[in-house]
Design a protein around this ligand. Structure first.
Ligand SMILES: Cc1ncc(COP(=O)(O)O)c(C=O)c1O
Length: 367
């Protein structure tokens, strides 16, 4: 199995990391999207309150948790039709992305589609199942042979593009005509930097205006790692087609894929509290402004980056050269080729560093 998987890409950044670490004022590591601010107190309190957990938790999650998630979709995502029966907590969304093709029973001869520039785990999930990874720049590229499962990701990692309501509607119509399951990875939805006419967050695949009120063949995957500084808790959930979710629950029961009880309680607290999400978003907005303006002053060009935790930046030269230029300033960024060949001239610069480190990076870029 491991031979079928790609080389873990971060291993190829060792030289750039060593160079950045040699900077007299220390490295500013903007290569990964790992949150650095404290887990909000309201969520730490929920964890502590649930510390007594001698029994096995429910794989499917308790009814009150699933109802709270359904209410969050209605309140924050304009998705009023989420049935609590079609909700499932998962052990972080990476786990779900990596195992969904397998849990759906896909295997050799089946294809899994995903964007040509994408979070690498969509590809990994296809390979784990023994299915064929089919990256594509547009749905037209699939021609007559549609994949069984299609991943979309909006706002996108790495480049922060947002898919609007019309685009999502077309994806749903295309998939329904062909019997394709659509899994929509939406973990940056609360971190939308546009003045958005579509609503408070980036549109969901389950938005009433997108899916026409039916969740058939649709799954939305949502992680609390980014918006709630919960990456260390492994807290995420899936919602949508109740039949699909029931199938997933059955396999996950057999496989012991269970979100720990204290984390289930934290997920409930997180989806019921909008204040901590707004506060964290304001912190990222300031960091983004400072870094973006420094990059522009230093003659970088920024594409997309409408939402999410990254700036997708280019100097118009090969990404590994730009990574080396930044490393010489003590800044570590992720080369765009980590995410597909189409990223070969961009770097992904994360906003996930302290205010102090972001300011250090901004100063180095413009001095
Ligand atoms: C697009 C996307 N999906 C999923 C994940 C995984 O998030 P987690 O496993 O922390 O829920 C990430 C993390 O960076 C991501 O960028």
């Amino acid at each position: 199995m491991s031979s079928a998987l790609p080389v873990f890409p971060w291993d190829t950044l060792a030289d750039a990391r060593a160079l950045a670490q040699a900077h007299p004022d220390g490295i500013v590591d903007l290569s990964v999207g790992t949150p650095v601010d404290p887990t909000p107190q309201v969520l730490q309190d929920a964890l502590i309150a649930a510390a007594n957990a001698p029994g096995y938790p429910q794989v499917w999650g308790t009814a009150d948790l699933r109802e709270a998630i359904a209410a969050w979709f209605a309140r924050r995502r304009s998705a009023s039709g989420v049935d609590p029966d079609g909700v499932l907590p998962v052990v972080g969304s990476k786990e779900f992305v990596a195992w969904l093709p397998t849990l759906l029973g896909l295997g050799p001869g089946d294809a899994v589609g995903f964007p040509e520039l994408a979070y690498p785990t969509y590809d990994v999930g296809a390979r784990i199942a023994g299915a064929t990874p089919r990256p594509a720049a547009s749905l037209l590229q699939y021609g007559p042979s549609a994949p069984k499962l299609l991943w979309i990701n909006s706002p996108a990692n790495p480049h922060g593009q947002v898919l609007g309501l019309d685009h999502l509607k077309k994806v749903v119509a295309w998939a329904r005509q062909r019997g394709v399951i659509v899994a929509s990875d939406e973990c940056y939805a609360e971190l939308d930097w546009r003045d958005d006419p579509d609503g408070p967050t980036t549109p969901s695949i389950l938005d009433d205006r997108v899916c026409g009120g039916s969740h058939n063949g649709l799954l939305a995957v949502y992680s609390l790692s980014k918006q709630s500084n919960l990456a260390g808790y492994r807290a995420a959930f899936v919602a949508g087609d109740t039949d699909l979710v029931h199938r997933l629950v059955q396999v996950r029961k057999h496989a012991g894929m269970i979100v720990p009880w204290p984390v289930q309680r934290v997920i409930k607290a997180a989806v019921q509290d909008d204040a901590h999400v707004a506060a964290q978003k304001a912190i990222y907005a300031d960091r983004r402004e400072e870094l973006k303006s420094a990059l522009l002053q230093a003659n970088w060009h920024i594409d997309y980056s409408e939402a999410g935790l990254y700036l997708w930046a280019t100097q118009g030269k090969p990404c590994r050269e730009s990574v080396a230029d930044l490393a010489a300033l003590g800044i570590l960024a992720a080369p765009g080729d980590f995410y597909g060949a189409a990223g070969a001239h961009h770097v992904r610069i994360a906003l996930t560093a302290t205010d102090e480190r972001i300011s250090a990076a901004a100063k180095r870029l413009i001095s």
